[in-house]
Design a protein around this ligand. Structure first.
Ligand code: PEP
Ligand code: MN
Length: 264
């Protein structure tokens, strides 16, 4: 664990606190929505603002993201709040646009990590970048596929790498939207202690009432950060409505987590 602390280099290089807090809506919906949420998160423990621009929906016919225009909204949010901006990329074209708009953190979604061709294409497009790149676990409980995705990026000389644990699909219904299968993330962490591990309680639980508990469990396991979907009007969000929390609730969750940690 000491080792791990020393090697969290990019958190230090980017002057980011530990644990890292990433928050923002599942999807960028309108300019106003993006800016409103960012303003609410400005003077808080949040360092990175997330918003999906290209949304990999499981089935067609739903909202699939606002696309490139959303990158302009993120640029505005960054200029106004100073928060680092994060979005999901799934193709080389996404990477190109995200880099052109100076997005700070690019994440690879769970439906992309399963596909070595897609990950390789992204790795090639990102070659040598100084940006922060986060790799979500694949949708299926396959540690090797997760590791393989990270290795493809590492081999492309991308040094500021982290991983996001967002749980795994199961056919049977459980209390989680995506079963955490904690052991898989623990195994990842044991194998790569120098790569920051971030919990995504939103996609694990699918339910805003369980966000605190899952985040606390992760911090108790020595995770390095959290990514929590946050929306000014969660019930009317255009994607993942049931799991998003308000900025006020997010701040309460973070406050409670801190108190628990300090009294440990
Ligand atoms: C998301 O972060 O909104 C998302 C689509 O997540 P995942 O890739 O984990 O399903
Ligand atoms: Mn989502």
């Amino acid at each position: 664990m000491e080792n791990k602390k020393e090697m969290r280099t990019w958190l230090n290089n980017f002057n980011l606190p530990h644990p890292l807090v990433i928050a923002g809506p599942c999807s960028a919906e309108t300019e106003e929505q993006v800016l409103k949420i960012a303003r609410e998160l400005k003077d808080s423990k949040v360092s990175v603002y997330r918003a999906g621009i290209w949304k990999p929906r499981t089935r067609p016919g739903g909202f699939e993201g606002v696309g490139e225009i959303g990158l302009k909204w993120l640029q505005k949010a960054k200029a106004e709040t100073g928060l680092l901006m994060a979005t999901e990329v799934a193709t080389a074209a996404h990477v190109k646009l995200a880099l052109e708009h100076d997005i700070d953190v690019l994440w690879i979604g769970a439906r992309t990590t399963v596909n070595p061709f897609a990950v390789q294409e992204i790795a090639d497009a990102l070659q040598n970048t100084d940006k922060i790149v986060l790799v979500k676990n694949p949708v299926n409980p396959d540690l090797a596929l997760w590791i393989g995705g990270v290795e493809r990026l590492y081999n492309a000389n991308i040094k500021n790498l982290g991983v996001i644990h967002r749980g795994f699909s199961t056919y049977e219904k459980t209390k989680y939207r995506n079963n955490p299968e904690w052991q898989i993330a623990i195994d990842f962490q044991n194998k790569f202690p120098d790569i920051p591990l971030i919990i995504d309680p939103s996609h694990i639980t699918g339910n805003r009432d369980m966000i605190f508990q899952v985040t606390q469990e992760a911090l108790d396991l020595n995770y390095d950060g959290m990514i929590i979907e946050t929306h000014i009007d969660p019930d009317n969000a255009w994607s993942d409505a049931a799991q998003q929390v308000t900025p006020t609730r997010l701040k309460q969750i973070i406050f409670d987590l801190t108190i628990r940690k300090e009294t440990d």
